[in-house]
Design a protein around this ligand. Sequence first.
Ligand code: NAD
Ligand code: TDX
Length: 337
Amino acid sequence: MVEVLVTGGAGFIGSNFVRHALASRPDWRVTTLDKLTYAGRRENLHDVMDNPRHEFVHGDIADAGVSHPLVERSTFVVHFAAETHVDRSILAAGDFIRTDVEGTFVLLEAARRAGNLQRFVQISTDEVYGSVPTGASRETDELKPRNPYAASKAGADRLAYSYWATYGLPVIVTRASNNYGPYQFPEKVIPLFVTNAIDDIPVPLYGDGRNVRDWLHVDDHCRAIDLLIDKATDGEVYNIGGGNDVMNVDLTHRILKELGKPTSLIEPVADRPGHDRRYCLDTTKLRGLGWAPQVPFEDGLRQTVDWYRRNDWWWRPIKENDPAFKAYYKAQYDTRG
Ligand code: NAD
Ligand code: TDX
């Protein structure tokens, strides 16, 4: 069996990737290492917890006592674990530096010492390029991160690269655009707006609503990582973008239309400080390896809205019963007006 370590596997993309890997790679034994922060949830893995080819380990990537032995026994490491929400990084950046930068350093040190590692996949993000007013970011473009989350991810991205350039560690770096799909924590714009609108709660649209994001279905993201594990070249960076550039205001209208809710639910609120205007990725390099997104945005958004409608067992306990989420929502939105 091929031993694969997935960090952050109880989060949104990680849990979708664990499910994808167990289904598509019968020769893989997958270990999830996750700290179960507010964003990491055992429920996200409910259908694979008993799978004999899956082991769940509750622990912090930055704790070398836990993470080093797991890296040492692995053939592949897919490193998703991170603090991921831009707005939270603006409120308090400490955890982003500890996990995204220092935690990545701990894993890289373990990988450097491990004998049999064949690939370390550093999951980075399109946010490292900063805002791109026109055109599309290429892998060789300058990094200009503009918020604490993006800067912490850029640090980890380049640190991982340095372990390839300096020590010859088989690192690749992926930079994906905005993901959407099932099990996304309801602080991110799509699940937040969908679940608010289901309950007729206003949806807080930042600024003029004309910021653009490039939407990628999480299944297409998982297929890209899967392909790169086989086909990538060490030391290289790969953009993964859905090619669906949509303005936030248009996205909001589509969500409300899908749910049959009125546009009067849109509440314009104060903008995010340093709000990146537009992200857009050039994916020529990845497409050259045979990948193309398979989920049309219209279909993916409809299926995603439907998933949240059918699975309120998953999000209601967070939004209605979790005092930490309520405190976050208050701090984030009460003063925006
Ligand atoms: P998420 O917030 O849903 O999940 C993050 C997971 O990491 C959680 O399960 C959390 O418990 C875990 N975690 C956090 N700190 C940890 C630590 N110290 N040790 C172990 N586990 C820890 O995030 P996501 O949206 O699934 O993002 C996953 C990765 O993909 C991140 O690296 C993120 O930067 C990257 N990414 C996300 C997107 C997106 O649109 N969501 C786009 C591009 C890249
Ligand atoms: O309440 C909101 N109102 C609003 O208008 C929220 C939460 C967001 N927005 C806007 C801000 C962005 O322009 O929607 C857009 C998307 O916001 P988020 O869902 O917070 O995502 P973003 O800031 O683009 O970052 C995401 O993509 C890159 C992920 O959270 C990152 O982890 C990933 O790296």
